[in-house]
Design a protein around this ligand. Structure first.
Ligand code: AMP
Ligand code: GLY
Length: 419
């Protein structure tokens, strides 16, 4: 089989690494890819939003399966385009990717189908939003409705902060049209867990936890994710049972009832509150860096699972994970997520050769004059497995030393909560 992967981050490198292990696959392409993906796939210089060019490429090269890793093309309808052209593609259609593309939609869906989540109201007018904030309880959470690179969520401690937030999102349009509608949501406390699943018939992968803030101790700005571990010890069998019953299948069934059948990955962002698990957010794709700890632990042939998902035969698949743990530490460029330098030469990739259980997933890298250089804020994700979380953490931090570049920055407390 020939497989095309759409995307260019650590998540797509992790997907490509799993696809490369499949006995069914002879050739992998990635559009646009990065320097690391280029070692196992042929990178194609087409952007993830250039749907017509991607369709033409897939036809010309007789691609058997296209896997879309990123949110933007999914929400923009790439899957519909591929299907209209008679091409096989893994991912939700536009009318299902809205689960991630519109937070107002997903909140209304949860309300209608009694899926546990924080109390909320949606607003299309800044005046109405500000009036609501006059009598709200604080802290409170403001969310831009649309995609905002994971940065459209504001946690406001006071009324003044929240009023400024409404101005930022709705009037100053900090995230463009993503802030035309906002969700104002009750603040929840508890442990966060990410659970990834293959939908239509829901198949849960293992759990993971992300560390979203830039600095140690969960301080600093929100980022795309500075590191992950899997499994989460807080995701107990009781939590799993509750979520299976009231959240996972309920979500897929709710989408089907709305005529929005979900085929692809559903990422459940959960908060384990004292009143039970509640949905923080849905994503319509693998999490990044969650994919970098979950996929190395998956025993199944990923292509078989994706094909079963497309064909509606997931119920015949027994998803299996190694009885181990994995930790991913992101190496970023100093200054991320605000301002950072690019094109800094990187060294040490050869240290990962033939080291089983160690991975260097490239996120923002490229080749320049035959040398691998940085090309983004999150540069690589260093993942290591171990027989338990503590061992995986020790291994991952040891391996962070193998890669060197100027201005290298990382958090030192990924997975520390498990010690
Ligand atoms: P989201 O993109 O919706 O997952 O939000 C990003 C982050 O903001 C989450 O991972 C949480 O840490 C935090 N967050 C979002 N919604 C809430 C909420 N209702 N209560 C507390 N924290 C939240
Ligand atoms: N790591 C969170 C996300 O992928 O949205």
């Amino acid at each position: 089989m020939k497989v095309l992967i759409v995307g260019s981050g650590g998540r797509e490198h992790a997907i490509a690494t799993s696809v490369a292990k499949s006995s069914k696959v002879d050739k992998i392409y990635c559009a646009p890819g990065n320097a690391g993906i280029g070692q196992i796939a042929e990178c194609v210089n087409i952007g993830a939003m250039e749907f017509d060019k991607l369709v033409d490429f897939a036809k010309e090269n007789e691609i058997d399966l296209t896997v879309v890793g990123m949110d933007d093309p999914l929400v923009g309808g790439i899957v519909d385009k591929f299907e209209e052209a008679g091409l096989r593609v893994f991912g939700p259609r536009k009318n299902a990717a809205i689960l991630e593309g519109s937070k107002a939609f997903s909140k209304d869906l949860m309300k209608k189908y009694n899926i546990p989540t924080a109390g909320y109201e949606n607003f299309t007018s800044p005046e109405a939003a500000m009036e609501y904030l006059e009598t709200s309880k604080y802290p409170i959470v403001l969310k831009a409705d649309g995609l905002a690179l994971g940065k459209g969520v504001l946690i406001c401690q006071t009324k003044e902060e929240a009023m400024d937030g409404v101005k930022e999102l709705m009037l100053d349009k900090k995230f463009g049209n993503a802030g035309n509608t906002i969700v104002i949501e009750e603040f929840m406390t508890g442990r966060e867990v990410s659970v990834l699943s293959y939908g239509k018939t829901i198949k849960i992968m293992t759990s993971a936890q992300d560390h979203k803030r830039a600095k140690d101790g969960d301080k600093g700005l929100n980022t795309g994710g500075m590191g992950t571990f899997s499994p989460s010890p807080f995701y107990t069998p009781e939590v799993d049972e509750f979520c299976k019953k009231y959240i996972y299948q309920a979500t897929v069934d709710a989408m089907a009832s709305e005529g929005r059948e979900f085929k692809g990955i559903i990422f459940f962002g959960l908060m384990l509150t004292k009143d039970g698990p509640k949905v923080l957010e849905y994503n319509a794709r693998f999490g990044d860096p969650e994919a970098q700890v979950v996929l190395p632990r998956m025993k199944n042939d990923i292509v078989e699972v994706m094909e079963a998902c497309i064909d509606g035969t997931l119920d015949q698949i027994d998803l299996q994970f190694e009885d181990n743990a994995a930790v991913c530490v992101v190496l970023a460029s100093e200054g991320y997520p605000v301002k950072y330098e690019k094109e800094i030469p990187m060294y040490g990739f050869e240290n990962f050769k033939d080291k089983e259980g160690y991975y260097c997933f490239h996120a923002g890298t490229k080749f320049k004059d035959g040398q691998i250089v940085t090309n983004g804020g999150r540069v690589v994700g260093i993942t290591a497995t171990g027989s338990n979380l503590k061992e995986a953490r020790k291994n991952a931090y040891a391996a962070t030393e193998w890669i060197t570049f100027a201005n290298k920055y990382m958090r030192h407390d990924i997975g520390k909560a498990i010690d």
